[in-house]
Design a protein around this ligand. Structure first.
Ligand code: HEM
Length: 343
């Protein structure tokens, strides 16, 4: 399989998440800058190996069209906004996502700074979040956040596109910045909060199916696949806040082998389900301010991205296992395997 970006890893104690738009005409500068990202990461992180500095770079749908030639990840489209009976999930601008993680907040800041410096005026930052670890991996609602993430092989399967796919090693990322109404949250009892989430607050133990309300966050987000097994995503939520403005939030971010899984969860949360007709109760205390869908291609793609205007057929020797996947009428180049472009 192509080498994935460092999508799957431990939940770090710090992260800087940057969403930027690409200026008209800035496409060449962005493509050239991408090739230097790995070196910049080494420059900032090599001297502090225990800090586990990493960065994932991902692209929005329009940006993909503007930056790269060749086929496009089939599930990469603009984030679908949702307008439910009580809560809305807006789609907000974003061409480029930088997810910088480390045990050391200073290194996150430095690397994000260097990357943006390298991108220069080609991009405009539209959102910047500095996330931190809060107690024992709790969100600002006070609940441990991330426990049900899969581990090991399961984490790779949940987050990364499998080897038989043209986009093997890539990952779909959905991000949303939420603000919590802490006054309203703290006005309800701990027992009530536990029924909103579906786990106990102190011990972090999931409620039994009988005890767990159908509109609790955990119940709403349990997706069962055709094989009867739960379908997982890899979540890397980070708390953030600003005391001056009284902002207390969770930056939701999830990597998935299929964007449809996370999108199904979002529809359940915002539009509701049979067991939760008014949607996920966590939304009574949390408002989504942003929403974006991005694709994080494998490392080789970033090092040598296909140029726009050059057909994939001209760029690549087509491999024997390349098979037509779609008709040209949909804009596809009929190349079944991207492997050649990534090698
Ligand atoms: C579980 C918090 C948004 C998907 C959880 C848990 C907490 C939590 C505390 C239980 C512990 C755990 O397993 O992590 C939050 C907060 C959010 C948020 C504070 C934003 C306000 C979302 C969104 C999605 C999502 C937008 C999906 C689109 C999940 C899933 C689980 C989960 C899949 C695991 C369910 C299971 O146990 O099988 N979340 N979450 N969360 N959340 Fe969220």
């Amino acid at each position: 399989m192509s080498e994935p970006q460092p999508v799957v890893g431990e939940l770090t104690s710090a992260a800087v998440i940057v969403v930027a738009t690409i200026e008209p005409g800035g496409e060449d500068a962005v493509r050239e800058a991408l090739a230097d990202f790995g070196d910049l990461e080494d420059s900032v992180g090599f001297g502090s190996p225990l800090a586990e500095l990493s960065c994932v770079t991902a692209f929005g749908s329009d940006a993909w069209d503007r930056l790269f030639g060749g086929p496009k990840p089939p599930e990469l489209h603009p984030f679908v906004p949702l307008d439910g009976p009580r809560h809305a999930a807006p789609a907000t601008p974003g061409d480029l996502l930088l997810h910088v993680r480390s045990e050391n907040q200073g290194l996150c800041f430095e690397l994000a700074h260097r990357l943006l410096d390298r991108l220069g005026p080609a991009v405009t930052v539209v959102d910047e979040t500095h996330g931190f670890r809060y107690y024992d991996r709790r969100d600002l609602l006070g609940f441990v956040d991330g426990t049900a993430n899969p581990h090991g092989r399961g984490a790779l399967d949940a987050a990364l596109i499998g080897p038989e796919d043209p986009f093997a090693g890539g990952s779909y990322v959905i991000v949303q910045k939420y603000l919590h109404d802490l006054a309203a949250w703290n006005a309800v009892s701990v027992s009530e909060q536990e029924h909103v989430i579906g786990r106990s607050k102190l011990e972090n133990i999931e409620m039994s199916d009988e005890a767990k309300p159908g509109d609790s966050h955990v119940a709403v987000n349990t997706v069962i696949g055709e094989d009867g097994e739960e379908v997982d995503i890899m979540r890397f939520n980070m708390p953030f806040g600003e005391l001056k403005s009284g902002e207390f939030g969770t930056y939701f971010m999830a990597y998935a082998a299929s964007a449809a899984t996370t999108e199904q969860m979002l529809r359940a949360m915002f539009l509701g389900t049979a067991d939760a007709p008014r949607g996920d109760r966590i939304l009574d205390f949390s408002t989504a301010l942003t929403g974006g869908l991005f694709f994080a291609p494998p490392v080789e793609f970033l090092d040598d991205p296909p140029q726009p205007g050059v057909s994939a057929a001209e760029l690549l020797p087509i491999t024997a296992d390349a098979v037509p996947v779609a008709s040209p009428s949909d804009g596809s180049l009929r190349i079944g395997s991207l492997k050649a472009s990534m090698s």
